[in-house]
Design a protein around this ligand. Structure first.
Ligand code: NDP
Length: 239
């Protein structure tokens, strides 16, 4: 059997497409997100679905332990869970900032904390963090979201250097706009409307399949090759 792939944020959007594709290609998959019903409805072969909040280390640890007991050690962890709560900083609730920091930053650290040491000791394994183009440049109304994604870039690259003498690969994938429900959680209707109007000018976001292809391209390289970062966006996306 192929080695275990763990995907956070597997109940929706990019994470869901990644989980479907790896399962179809014969990998055992551990799906993590809060909405277990959505993951279970996918009914993927060789899968285990666990309802976890990715910012909670103990529940992520417990879920990964159960996944490993059933399918063997994690070979690929894809940290995809994220929230984008756009806002005007002077009006935005602190709770929204807090949520983005918890999910987008702590949420990539929990799974990493659980698997990294073991991967280094085994001299194998790959961690792919889904960041954003908003982790490379700033955008209006994205202050804290950008901050969290800059952190994803910085953390991934720093750990990559730390573990580079083992065979463990740390990879950042930074998409521009992708067609998913991500924006729907933004509470400011005006900002949401402006974003959707702008999105029409680029004829919509990328299909999630394009991000799956990036993940598979990077993962399927030989273990001694690390595709450190992929930045991908619609050709018409100027910024
Ligand atoms: P979706 O809203 O479709 O998916 C977000 C996923 O994150 C869901 O599965 C959700 O599951 C999960 N999630 C959110 N909060 C938590 C939590 N506390 N604990 C566990 N899981 C959580 O958005 P996308 O697929 O677009 O987003 C995936 C990633 O891609 C994010 O990191 C996002 O920042 C990034 N990205 C997206 C872009 C886009 O334009 N769509 C562009 C660039 C990057 P549940 O609610 O069930 O817990």
């Amino acid at each position: 059997m192929k080695k275990l792939v763990v995907i956070t944020g597997a109940s929706s959007g990019i994470g869901k497409s990644i989980a479907e594709s790896f399962s179809k290609n014969g990998y055992p998959v551990l799906l993590l997100a809060r909405r277990a019903n959505l993951m279970e409805e996918m009914n993927l072969e060789n899968s285990m679905c666990k309802s976890v909040d990715v910012s909670d280390l103990e529940s992520v640890k417990k879920a990964i332990k159960e996944g490993e007991e059933k399918f063997g050690k994690v070979d690929l962890l894809i940290n995809c869970a994220g929230v984008m709560l756009l806002g005007d900083s002077k009006n935005q609730d602190f709770a929204e900032w807090n949520n983005m920091i918890d999910v987008n930053i702590k949420g990539i650290l929990t799974g990493t904390n659980v698997v990294l040491k073991d991967m280094v000791e085994r001299n194998e394994g790959t961690i792919i963090n889904i960041s954003s183009i908003a982790g490379r440049k700033t955008f209006d109304n994205h202050a804290v979201y950008c901050g969290t994604k800059y952190a994803v870039h910085a953390i991934t690259e720093s750990i990559r250097k730390e573990v580079s003498n083992s065979s463990v690969r740390m990879i950042t994938i930074a998409p521009g706009v992708v067609e998913t429900p991500l924006l729907s959680h933004t509470s400011d209707e005006g900002i949401k409307g402006d974003y959707n109007t702008w999105k029409e000018t680029i004829e919509g976001g990328l299909d999630t399949k394009r991000i799956v292809e990036c993940v598979e391209f990077a993962y399927n390289m030989p273990q001694d090759v690390c595709v450190r970062e992929i930045v991908i966006a619609k050709t018409k996306q100027e910024d």
